[in-house]
Write a protein that binds this ligand. Structure first.
Ligand SMILES: NC(=O)c1ccc[n+]([C@@H]2O[C@H](COP(=O)([O-])OP(=O)(O)OC[C@H]3O[C@@H](n4cnc5c(N)ncnc54)[C@H](O)[C@@H]3O)[C@@H](O)[C@H]2O)c1
Length: 270
């Protein structure tokens, strides 16, 4: 371990169980010397095992529905109290599509579900940034990261309306990131992660085939949740102070591939 986050204070959204990317980020942040508050939706408190992570990392848990401005304000105020000062890093690791859950096809959505998924998966990031910015809760040179997926740029038919939500999320990182950088010297980025076997990931139809395909297309293979956590830690550290408004691909090279020899073998006649 490198003490990369020694003395830093953070808020980590989205650790549901030990497969969650946020869970790995919390474990790595703890190892790197950070103190943080864990948060998740009240319903996830009952379903998941976040208290175990809290015990393991010496953290407190504050429930917050990331679509509720009231919950978010309470979270940020209480986090500053608990941590004894302003925040240095925030991870937004939240995604949910009701259309995916209910099995609605992309071409035949229930728009109430579309709106709900958009609010949870994308607008919640704007709300988090809003509360942090207007509460002046971030330290200078702080870092805010949200997790995203490449369906924001390219077509992945079964990613459904989450593709649109991720495009919106990435746009918020740029648009809000401008004001956060200009006014408070805080950086805002998204990390675009490989398909990863988590509760949210496995909700995507055909996930098993999809993750194998990505593995064979990527020169370095898929990035794991732990590797995503390592990258996220580097984005929270002082080693990346001038990286902002970026969508950063963390995918073993997948995003720049056209075809790989391994995938090609499946289509070659000889
Ligand atoms: N798993 C993948 O293949 C993959 C790939 C790229 C990006 N991502 C992104 O990574 C992030 C984390 O997902 P994960 O794969 O670790 O899955 P996960 O299911 O472990 O995490 C999703 C989290 O979102 C939380 N959440 C849902 N609604 C919420 C609400 N209203 N308020 C607060 N929290 C809420 C859930 O409780 C859960 O903890 C998501 O943004 C996801 O889209 C995942």
């Amino acid at each position: 371990m490198y003490n990369l986050l020694k003395g830093k204070k953070g808020i980590i959204f989205g650790a549901l169980d030990s497969n969650s990317i946020a869970w790995k980020v919390a474990e790595r942040a703890h190892e790197e010397g950070a103190e943080f508050v864990l948060t998740n939706a009240p319903i996830a408190m009952r379903m998941g095992t976040i208290n175990q992570l809290a015990e393991q990392t010496g953290s407190q848990v504050i429930p917050a529905d990331a679509t509720s401005m009231e919950d978010l304000q309470n979270l940020v105020d209480k986090s500053m109290e608990i941590l004894g000062g302003k925040i240095d890093f925030v991870l937004h690791s939240i995604g949910m599509s009701v259309n995916v859950r209910k099995g609605n096809h992309y071409t035949d959505q229930n728009y109430d579900f579309t709106t709900k998924g958009w609010d949870v998966s994308a607008v919640s990031f704007h709300k988090v940034l809003n509360v942090l910015y207007n509460s002046n809760a971030m330290n200078e040179w702080g870092s805010i990261v949200a997790l995203t997926y490449m369906a924001a740029q390219r077509v992945f038919p079964d990613y459904n309306d989450m593709a649109d939500n991720k495009s919106y999320l990435e746009s918020i990182a740029r648009s809000f990131g401008y004001f956060f950088g200009r006014d408070q010297k805080v950086r805002v980025n998204t990390i675009s992660q490989s398909p990863t076997a988590t509760t949210a990931g496995q909700g995507v139809k055909g996930f098993d085939g999809f993750i194998r395909y990505a593995e064979e297309m990527s020169p370095l293979g898929n990035a794991t949740a732990l590797e995503c956590a390592d990258y996220t830690i580097s984005m929270f550290s002082d080693l990346t102070k001038k990286v902002s408004l970026q969508n950063l691909f963390h995918d073993g090279g997948f995003s720049n591939m056209g075809i790989s020899t391994k995938v090609m073998e499946n289509f070659s006649k000889e």
